[in-house]
Design a protein around this ligand. Structure first.
Ligand code: OGA
Ligand code: MN
Length: 286
């Protein structure tokens, strides 16, 4: 596709594209928004470098693509209610998002986009991996596709945020935000979604279930379900589907949670990493 307002470079890996030629701290023309959205739908993740964004400028950029959503488990920065800080302190062990997942897939209407901006990055490490769940689904055998499409999943935040969850325990060690207050009951709730979802804009199918968020296949036990989720995760995150993004201060990534998995590498022990995160409302997975 020929773009007038941006340049789109796909030499970043199997999924995603780097967009240059635009300062996203400023209000964008309707055409620029349309072109960025088109590149995002085509490539599933778009990256920008060398941006300089206040929380409100980041939120305003994200709001070009839909109404902003509120993440239920952390408190926003003071200057903007839609921006949450994702911070791993130098002495923390657990990081946020350090397993293959798509964001908040355990709510009824998970966010379609996540917009993540690097405020402070470690000298080495802290890359994020992105896997193309559309291409991975496409490459599955018809036999496995049929099984997955005929089943649904029970998704729940409890595996990470619930009473027994790893984030809850990290919060107790003061390594993560403590404000789980009103969200306690919500953290145990369950919602049914397909294992394979069809993208509302592109019509493409993608693998959607993930180990941290899909508690089980409906009608199966968790013990029965885990081996299939593990197997699918392994298949969908082979190198041929994965782009590794190296952050610099001022980098921004916007990914499509309906068709891409991501995984934040936790390989920078002893160093601090500080990101700002905004999410854009999505629709109920179909
Ligand atoms: C997220 C997430 C990845 C990262 O913000 O949803 O998974 O690299 N973060 O911090
Ligand atoms: Mn995430």
């Amino acid at each position: 596709m020929a773009y007038q307002t941006i340049k789109v470079d796909t030499a970043v890996g199997p999924v995603g594209a780097i967009i240059t030629g635009v300062d996203i701290s400023k209000p964008l023309s309707a055409l620029a928004v349309k072109e960025i959205n088109a590149a995002w739908l085509e490539h599933h993740v778009v990256f920008f470098r060398d941006q300089s964004l206040t929380p409100t400028q980041q939120a305003d950029f994200a709001a070009n693509f839909g109404d902003l959503d509120v993440y239920p488990f952390m408190t926003a920065v003071d200057s903007n209610p839609n921006v949450i800080p994702i911070i791993k302190e130098a002495d923390a062990e657990l990081n946020f998002g350090g397993a293959w997942h798509t964001d908040t897939s355990y709510v009824e209407r998970p966010p379609k986009a996540t917009v993540l901006y690097a405020v402070e990055v470690p000298d080495t490490g802290g890359d994020t991996l992105f896997a193309d769940a559309t291409q991975a689904f496409h490459d599955l055998s018809d036999g496995l596709k049929n099984i997955l499409e005929s089943e649904s999943g029970i998704y729940s935040p409890k595996l990470v945020h619930g009473r027994e969850g790893s984030y809850k325990q990290a919060a107790a060690r003061s390594e993560m935000a403590k404000d789980y207050g009103g969200a306690e009951d919500f953290a145990e709730q369950e919602v049914e979604h397909p294992l394979i979802r069809t993208h509302i804009d592109t019509g493409e199918k993608s693998v959607y279930c993930s180990l941290p968020h899909t508690h089980r296949i409906k009608g199966w036990t968790r013990e029965e379900s885990i081996p299939l989720f593990k197997h699918l995760t392994e298949i969908c995150t082979q190198d041929k589907y994965v782009t590794r993004f190296k952050w610099q201060q001022g980098s921004l990534a916007m990914w499509d949670n309906r068709c891409v998995f991501h995984n934040a590498l936790n390989d920078y022990q002893g160093m601090r990493r500080h990101m700002h995160r905004v999410i854009v409302q999505g629709e109920r997975p179909q």
